[in-house]
Design a protein around this ligand. Structure first.
Ligand code: AR6
Length: 186
């Protein structure tokens, strides 16, 4: 599905984000930035070991040894990926509690990644469905939060292209329904 938001192409696709050709792809990382499973593992494998080296440097220098807080984002190069940059963000872990706060943190992941992309002059970016794998955020709620945050950002600050790369047909359909609903509401 393709929508136009304030002159920006917003596209939903199914597929593997490591193969996306947008200028940047977003990684659903954890605060350590040291890699992991899911999309994080796939991105590190496809980018090669230099990615972990740069993440270590960011932990040490930019974050002074601390973890990257939930909802925040940092940027590295893409190394062996087609994408020139990887934006790493940390989604909230869903445990059914603090629902509003977790939704806000998830929205922050999208807003802060887009903000960082804008600051770097990046024109196209792909997101995975942050927090809906190992972090167990319900996909229908995550779709609503993600798309509301993206559309809200683009309405004031458009890029050329934003892609949501969904890993399964089921997730794609959930995001498609959520985007239709959001655009109908205006
Ligand atoms: N391309 C696109 N989407 C993918 C890919 C891929 N190659 N691989 C998985 N997904 P998850 P989280 C989907 O678990 O929930 C890691 O260990 C997946 O099907 O990757 O934010 C980190 O280090 C799901 O829809 O991320 C953290 O510790 C979505 O990506 C933790 O998992 C997110 O699933 C983060 O958990």
């Amino acid at each position: 599905m393709i929508a136009n938001v304030n002159g920006c192409v917003l596209e939903l696709v199914t597929g593997d984000i490591t193969r996306q050709e947008t200028e940047a792809i977003v990684n659903a990382a954890n605060g350590s930035l040291m890699g992991g499973g899911g999309v994080d593992g796939a991105i590190h494998r496809a980018a090669g070991p230099e990615l972990l080296e740069e993440c270590k440097k960011i932990r040490k220098e930019q974050l002074k040894g601390e973890f990257l807080p939930t909802g925040e984002a940092v940027i590295t190069k893409g190394y062996r990926l087609k994408a020139k940059y990887v934006i790493h963000t940390v989604g909230p872990i869903w445990d059914g509690r603090d629902r509003e706060w977790k939704m806000e943190q998830l929205a922050d992941c999208y807003r802060n990644s887009l903000k960082l992309a804008k600051e770097k002059g990046i024109k196209s970016i792909s997101f995975p469905s942050i927090s809906t794998g190992a972090y167990r955020f319900p996909v229908d709620l995550a779709a609503e939060v993600a798309l509301t945050a993206i559309v809200g950002f683009l309405r004031t600050d458009p890029l050329e292209k934003v892609v949501m790369t969904l890993f399964s047909k089921e997730d794609y359909q959930i995001y498609e329904r959520a985007l239709h609903k959001l655009l109908e509401e205006g």
